[in-house]
Design a protein around this ligand. Sequence first.
Ligand code: WQD
Length: 338
Amino acid sequence: MKILVTGGLGYIGSHTVVELQNQGFEVVIIDNLSNASIEVLDGIEAITGKKPIFEKIDLREKQKVQDFFKKHGDVEGVIHFAASKAVGESVEKPLLYYENNIATLVYLLQELQKKESSSFIFSSSCTVYGQADQLPVSEDAPVKPAESPYGNTKQIGEEIISDVCRVTPQIKSIALRYFNPIGAHPSIEIGELPKGVPQNLVPFITQTGIGLRKQLAVFGADYPTADGTCIRDYIHVVDLAKAHVVALQRSLNDRNEGNFEVFNLGTGKGSSVLEVIQSFERVSGVKLNYEVVERRPGDVIRAYADTKKANEILGWKAETTLDEAIKSAWDWEQKIRN
Ligand code: WQD
C-alpha cells in the first residue's frame, strides 16, 4: 500500500518514513528541501534497507500537486508534515506561513476529494491549547487564540480538515497534536538537523555540549514552578513516529469515529528546563554552561499531555524515558559533528 509523506525528509517525517517501511508500507516522499537535506534518504535506507521514492516538489505549486496525484493514483494515505514551523519567524513573516501552511493543505485536500477513499494524517501541535487551564491537557481542552501565526496555521488547518471531512465521508482524517519532539533514531542514521541557531531547547543543549554554542540561555527561572523554569512534555521522536503509523492504520481500516479525530501525543510527564539540563549532564557526563536570562515572550508555563485517549483508542503509549531521549540526541550531535 502506497503512502505519501509530505516533508518526509524532515525531522519527524524521516523517522515516520522509517516506521512506515518497517510496517511494510511503500512510501513516496514529497519534500522541497527548504528545511531538509537529500542525504536523509540515505539515512532512511541505511536503517530499513529500502530507499523511498522521492519527488522534489513545492506544494505551493498547485499544478505540481495535481500532476503528482495523476502520476501516483495508487496513493491511499497521506501523512502531511510539510510546513514552516518556526514560531518567531512566523511573527515576522505571517504571509509566508499562511501560504506555505494553509494553501498547500487546501491543494492536498482538493486532490483527496477526487479519490474513492483516502486517509489523511495531519501534523498538528499542542500549541493550539496555549496555556491550558487544566493539566494534563486533554483533547477537549479549549483551543485558545493562537500566540503566533504558526500556531494559528495549525488551528486553521484543523478547522479546514474538519469542514472538508464533514462533507467528504470518503476522507478519514486524524490530527495529531505533538507536545515537544526530541531525540534521534537509536541507529543515529537520522536525527534533528536544525538550520542555523536552534530555536528549541534540546538541540541548543547538545550544540552547547559539543562546543558549537558557547552557552545556553535559560529563558526565565522565576515561573511559578518547583524550580522556577517552564515545564514541557518531551516525547522521543521514534515514539511519535510510531503513533503516526498507528493513526494511519486506524484511519485506513475505517475505524475512526466519524471521519475526523484529534489525539494528543506526549508522554504525559512534564519536565522543567533545569530537569532537562540535569538529564543531559547525567547521560553525557558533560557539565552544561548555561545562564538564566529574561523570560521568552509567548512561552506558556506548563504543558504536558493527558495521554488517555491515545493510549486507549490508538493503543499507543510513549515508551522512551527522558534520559534515553536526551542520550539519543547527544549521540546524534556527536556523530554529525565528528
Ligand atoms: C522549551 C522550553 C523555553 C530554548 C516549540 C513550539 C511548538 C513546537 C515545539 C512545532 C521553553 C526553554 C528553549 C532555549 C530555553 N514546535 N528554552 N532556552 O516553545 O515548548 O515549543 O517547539 O510544532 O509549536 O512552540 O519548545 O524547545 O522552544 O522550548 O530556556 O534556548 O525551553 O523557554 O520553556 P516550545 P522549545
